[in-house]
Design a protein around this ligand. Structure first.
Ligand code: SF4
Ligand code: FES
Length: 247
């Protein structure tokens, strides 16, 4: 395939950025999207030009590091991560625009790399449970009903990629936050800190500059792990309960 790539280039967070155009002549449909960018970077290196900065780590859809706006869609045209998107989703002659996540809470570091540290700081405010150290307890010491285990597992699939924020017109991280609240709040081990967790995590979410949820649903449509929208209902339920309890 021959492709035209329109890629956002920005030296650092303080500099203005703009779209640069590149041509690639030999793109295999079996390449992943990131492998295609690797090929472009090899060509830029060979010409002595600055390669394009982008994030990745596992390249297996697990870590959440990769994340690009591809033709205006978070992670591109398929429901998957950018690293698991393959060039067979495009056709010969296509023009593809690649931009970083756009959200006030995710400042651009360089080119296509954004700082998603705001999500880590939300986790630090309560995305954990406190347990005594010592020998590992028996696996069946704390019974967990099957429906609750399934619901917690579904929410725990969130990899913190930030696509929900990038897709949301309000720049809200409510789907991410709802996934974390649901994951821990469904389990018996998560009850001790349930009230303080939701109050502190929502407080940090708002402090970081993420917007509010207005039930648009772009977040769940863009989510590569198909986190359902109703985790946000659970988030709101827990927050109201905590406030009723005087937290
Ligand atoms: S909820 Fe989905 S889109 Fe949002 S951070 Fe988690 S995995 Fe990514
Ligand atoms: S690089 Fe790890 S999810 Fe894409």
């Amino acid at each position: 395939m021959k492709l035209t790539l329109n890629i956002w280039r920005q030296a650092d967070s303080a500099s203005p950025g703009k779209i640069h155009n590149y041509e690639l002549d030999e793109v295999s449909e079996d390449m992943s999207f990131l492998e295609m960018l690797d090929v472009l970077n090899e060509e830029l290196n060979a010409k002595g030009e600055e390669p394009i900065a982008f994030d990745s780590d596992c390249r297996e859809g697990i870590c959440g590091m990769c994340g690009l706006m591809i033709n205006g869609e978070a992670h591109g045209p398929e429901v998957t991560t950018t690293c698991q998107l393959h060039m067979r989703s495009f056709k010969d002659g296509d023009s593809i625009t690649v931009e970083p996540w756009r959200a006030d809470a995710f400042p651009v570091v360089k080119d296509l790399v954004v700082d998603r540290g705001a999500l880590d700081r939300i986790i630090a405010q309560g995305g954990y449970i406190s347990v005594n150290t010592g020998a590992a307890p028996d696996a069946h010491a704390t019974p967990v009903p099957k429906d609750k285990a399934d619901r917690a597992f579904e929410a725990a699939a969130c990899i913190g990629c930030g696509a929900c924020v990038a897709a949301c017109p309000n720049g809200s991280a409510s789907l991410f936050l709802g996934a974390k609240i649901t994951h821990l709040g469904e389990l018996p081990q998560g009850q001790a800190e349930r009230d303080s967790r939701v109050v502190n995590m929502v407080g940090q979410h708002d402090h970081e500059g993420f917007g509010g949820c207005t039930n648009i649903g772009e977040c769940t449509a863009a989510c590569p792990k198909e986190i359902p929208l109703d985790v946000i209902s659970r988030l709101n339920w827990d927050l109201h309960a905590a406030l009723r309890h005087g937290k």
